[in-house]
Design a protein around this ligand. Structure first.
Ligand SMILES: [Zn+2]
Length: 221
């Protein structure tokens, strides 16, 4: 097999997964990208995940905010899209703390309904792939979503289509180089449900960006 990102031929077994017919995660020796092989069915990945845990979503929203607020536009009103908003607490936090028009997408209807009725958010209860908007977004954010996405190339292209010219794309995702992974291996919290397909590190995303001819901008840390 070849690495889907850099096409490197040398890969190592990373650890065993809980997918029924696709037992191993592999890691590319060249770029570090981690992926399940053979790939699980799309229908399998779409059945996974529980987006309705409101308490967890509320607790995590503060953690997300502390990690990303430095990357948000600091002046003027901006349009913010959260993909995979769960029960909406992070979107609500952005709406409360920033001068932002916030739109959320959550394909779990129950979670979307919670966000709409309890938090008074604008929520589209549909898959990201079918979402359409006449206006672009200045920030597109997803917290712990991309590692579960079946077609990450399609997902990134969709983000690219919806992003404004100077827009910012922000993902929070587990880091396969984290000390917890090194210490705990397959007991690592980055893979709690066995429904994770990909681990991205900065290195692979830079390869994506370059291959697609997208501009790279200096990061504020
Ligand atoms: Zn690679």
């Amino acid at each position: 097999m070849r690495c889907p990102i850099c096409e490197g031929r040398e890969v190592s077994r990373f650890y065993r997964t809980q997918f029924s017919a696709t037992p191993y995660f592999y890691r590319c020796n060249a770029c570090g990208y981690c992926f399940v092989w053979p790939r699980p069915e799309r229908s399998y990945s779409e059945q996974q995940g529980d987006a309705t845990d409101a308490h967890k979503n509320e607790v995590l929203s503060w953690d997300y905010y502390s990690k990303i607020h430095n990357f948000l536009p600091q002046k003027g009103r901006f349009r913010f899209l959260e993909v995979g908003a769960s029960t909406g607490y992070f979107s609500k936090l952005i709406e409360d703390r920033c001068d932002a028009e916030v739109i959320s997408i959550e394909m779990d209807v129950k979670a979307a309904c919670y966000a709409e009725t309890r938090l008074d958010l604008v929520v589209y209860a549909e898959p990201f792939e079918s979402f359409r908007s006449d206006q672009s977004f200045d920030v597109i954010f997803s917290g712990h979503v991309i590692e579960h996405v079946f077609d990450r190339f399609e997902y990134l292209r969709k983000c690219s289509d919806l992003l404004s010219e100077k827009g910012v794309l922000i993902f929070l995702t587990p880091n396969a180089d984290a000390w917890k992974q090194i210490m705990l291996h397959d007991e690592w919290g980055g893979v709690p449900n066995g429904d994770t397909h990909n681990f991205f590190q900065e290195n692979q995303l830079l390869i994506f960006w370059r291959n697609w001819g997208w501009p790279l901008v200096p990061m504020r840390r």
